[in-house]
Write a protein that binds this ligand. Structure first.
Ligand code: MEV
Length: 430
């Protein structure tokens, strides 16, 4: 047992030349790293096709399933632990950029992370209150009874140390007059928590109506999960990132994005490229992460970046990120989608907070990968080779022709379907 544990602890995610292997060879490396069973690796080898039965139980009006590529980002070392990161995304370059950035960070000591307790907030909206400010005090005065009612809904969550821990109430001015919004703070432990929180919010609603004399309408979790934050930071030595000029370029890119929401949105999109791909691969709710992240980016009144890049006194690059991260190890599709289950096993996280921290690190890596390219050779070179392969396939290339056509187009800097068709014709007549 101890041997298995030690073996797992010493496995490295820095798998040299991983991108050069065939998909089958890569899968076998992943199988070995994550101790996947034959059945689990077959699930991945089947490219994630979902049986009609499983799909039909997940959503309504099912007619099929929609597979997207699943890649593995390598080189991740977070708090001295190695991770292979399953990444489901349709966009070329993302997995390569994350792996490259993780390698740079690894060579400088890896990612460091932290997080808050996994607290989600449930909102209960009461309207038509004659004395909203006094009503607020009546609600807060009944905190113990309200929390008890909420916790009675989920003894299991309580048994794991979670549950409703606190209550806030605020009066807001709206076009429909003053409203009282009661907010339940629920420690969701390893669940994303939407079901638990919504159930609790619905259960306490009659108490809020009684205490306020108003009418309750909405009883729902907020995705602006400001009490469930994940953070990651890293240092990259200037030599590793390409020299002091590249460090300066990245720091200037970060400052540009922090000051300008047009650039800030794209900067954050770069981080989301990594985060969302992992959230999708693990069957979590990616819309919740997107909505929460972008709202958090505007928490001080103006939209800004979720990450910052600075130069330290040694001239090295230092990056950090903080954002809401409402993800779980249980619930939703995490335990029902066969591929998501295998991806969770590959990721090998032991708690929702560890998972959230890994996601923050992946976001920071992805952001670094994009900024390094933007601040040096530009983003197109990396993008173009994979894009060119897609264009070659679109133009009708198959087999070895795909790479030959793609290479020619990249060399000529003419990545277009019409040019691909010309090259195919030319190569086919040889
Ligand atoms: C493309 O998907 C993401 C980037 O635009 C991010 C960025 O500009 O920082 C490259």
């Amino acid at each position: 047992m101890l041997e298995v544990w030690c073996n797992k602890m010493t496995k490295s995610s820095a798998i040299s030349g991983f991108y050069k292997f065939t998909p089958k060879e890569r899968l076998s490396k992943v199988k070995e790293f994550a101790d996947l069973t034959d059945e689990e690796s077959t699930i991945l080898a089947n490219t994630g096709a979902l049986s009609m039965d499983v799909a039909d139980r997940m959503i309504e009006n099912v007619v099929g399933s929609f597979p997207i590529p699943l890649g593995i980002a390598v080189n991740f070392q977070i708090n001295s632990k190695d991770y292979l990161v399953p990444t489901a995304i349709e966009e070329p370059s993302v997995v390569a950029a994350a792996s490259y950035a993780a390698k740079m960070v690894r060579d400088s000591g890896g990612f460091h992370t932290s997080s808050t307790t996994p607290v989600m907030i449930g909102q209960i909206q009461a309207v038509g209150i004659k004395d909203p400010y006094a009503a607020r005090q009546r609600v807060l005065g009944a905190k113990a009874e309200i929390l008890k009612k909420a916790n009675d809904q989920d003894p299991l969550l309580n048994s794991f140390g979670g549950g409703a821990k606190d209550l806030e109430a605020k009066v807001i001015r709206t076009t429909q007059g003053d409203m009282l919004i009661a907010e339940l703070y629920v420690d969701c432990r390893d669940a994303m928590g939407a079901n638990a929180v919504n159930t609790m919010a619905e259960a306490v609603a009659p108490m809020i109506e009684m205490l306020t004399g108003g009418k309750v309408y909405l009883r729902i979790i907020t995705n602006l999960a400001v009490k469930r934050l994940a953070r990651a930071w890293c240092l990259v030595q200037k030599e590793t990132v390409g020299g002091e000029a590249v460090v300066d370029g990245i720091v200037n890119a970060s400052a540009f994005a922090a000051a300008d929401p047009y650039r800030g949105t794209t900067h954050n999109k770069g981080a989301m490229n990594g985060i969302i791909a992992v959230v999708v691969a693990t069957g979590n709710d990616h819309r919740a992460i997107e909505a929460g992240g972008h709202a958090y980016a505007v928490k001080n009144g103006a939209y800004t970046t979720l990450s910052q890049w600075e130069k330290n006194s040694n001239g090295d690059l230092v990056g950090s990120i903080e954002l809401p991260m409402a993800v779980g190890l249980i619930g939703g599709a995490v335990k029902t989608h066969p591929t998501a289950k295998v991806c969770m096993k590959i990721l090998n996280v032991k708690s929702a907070t560890e998972f959230a921290e890994v996601l923050a690190a992946v976001g920071l890596a992805q952001n670094l990968g994009a900024l390094r390219a933007l601040a040096s050779e530009g983003i197109q070179r990396g993008h173009m080779s994979l894009h060119a392969r897609n264009i070659a396939v679109q133009a009708g290339a198959t087999g070895v022709l795909v790479d030959q056509v793609a290479e020619r187009m990249v060399k000529e800097r003419k990545v277009r379907v019409d040019r691909a068709q010309e090259i195919i014709k030319e190569l086919s007549t040889l």
